[in-house]
Write a protein that binds this ligand. Structure first.
Ligand SMILES: C[S@@+](CC[C@H](N)C(=O)[O-])C[C@H]1O[C@@H](n2cnc3c(N)ncnc32)[C@H](O)[C@@H]1O
Length: 295
């Protein structure tokens, strides 16, 4: 394996977004790990065989979550390569570290960090992010830090959700919940801009260019994702995470008072979805955005 010359990232006070991931979202993501990891993997599986990465490469996985893509990348780069996963959420990193410990993987490590503030700058061959960059409050700063982590000519690939219309797995429940509850106000606590913040190709291309990338390309990936093992699991998932979960959480007592009627409306809509072998599946659509750090 290449000599690890990873920089130590400076410790800064957490932003409110990072606090939100750690305090509010982590327990919910852990509860619905079966939906999230399985669902998200559909979108990386489609592109993994063609990722610009090979044995011996050094890779940074940004917003690595539970670490499953970082582990897949460590398999590709092999013993002569190295993967570092960075995430701002301690609980996710705990899962990731336990996983590599039990799998006895030696070419991979995880660091806690906020990508908008600082990332290791060790000349990586590839910087990768699956559904992490959409949460950057200052996307250009985060994208620029990702570019600075690359060697000249290095590649960056990130996956983000496309528009609401093509992602009913997230938008349908939000539309239903919004019939009963008010939109979250300006003061709502959030994890950052949210899942559709990078859906607009033109705007994201501009952001990537401002962050210093060249050869920016977009590839559309459509996939059916699991939204729950059964109808109640899907309802619980929607009321915990994502746009519907945000409306429900922010409405507080009003949401609890209307829980029965909201759950009944969700059950009716979810029942009409496809029931697959492992549970209920719905359509989803992502962009795989690839770019190069200029030489
Ligand atoms: C939707 S999850 C995706 C996790 C993982 N990449 C996957 O595909 O399973 C988004 C991840 O981005 C992380 N994240 C959000 N903002 C971040 C930031 N500014 N710096 C580092 N990680 C961040 C979250 O903690 C979370 O693990």
């Amino acid at each position: 394996m290449n000599a690890m010359k990873t920089t130590t990232m400076q410790t800064m006070e957490d932003t409110p977004f990072v606090e939100f991931w750690n305090e509010v979202l982590a327990p919910k993501f852990i509860r619905f790990k079966h939906v999230l990891v399985g669902g998200l993997s559909q979108h990386s599986q489609a592109i993994f065989p063609n990722l610009p990465v090979q044995a011996g490469d050094r890779v940074l996985d940004v917003g690595c979550g539970f670490g499953d893509t970082a582990i897949m990348l460590s398999d590709i780069v092999g013993k002569d390569g190295e993967v570092i996963g960075v995430d701002c959420c301690d609980k996710f990193l705990e899962y990731a570290r336990n996983d590599i410990h039990s799998k006895k993987l030696k070419n991979i490590s995880f660091q806690r960090g906020d990508a908008e503030i600082e990332l290791p700058t060790d000349g990586f061959d590839l910087v990768f992010a699956r559904f992490g960059t959409m949460f950057f409050a200052n996307p250009v700063a985060g994208l620029r830090n990702m570019r600075k982590a690359l060697k000249p000519g290095g590649k960056m690939v990130h996956i983000v959700w496309r528009n609401r219309k093509d992602n009913p797995w997230l938008s349908m429940a939000k539309d239903i919940v919004s019939q009963y509850l008010p939109e979250p106000g300006e003061e709502a606590q959030t994890c950052g801009p949210g899942p559709f913040s990078m859906a607009n190709e033109e705007m994201v291309r501009k952001m990537m260019q401002i962050a210093g990338y060249e050869n920016v390309t977009f590839q559309r990936v459509d996939a059916q994702v699991l939204v729950g093992n059964n109808v109640q699991d899907a309802i619980d998932f929607q009321l915990a995470i994502g746009p519907a979960g945000e409306v429900f959480r922010e409405a507080g007592d009003e949401a609890e008072q209307k829980r029965d009627i909201i759950e009944a409306a969700l059950a009716e809509a979810i029942n009409k979805q496809k029931h697959g072998t492992t549970g209920i599946v719905m359509d989803s659509s992502s962009w795989v955005i690839s770019a190069t750090n200029p030489k």
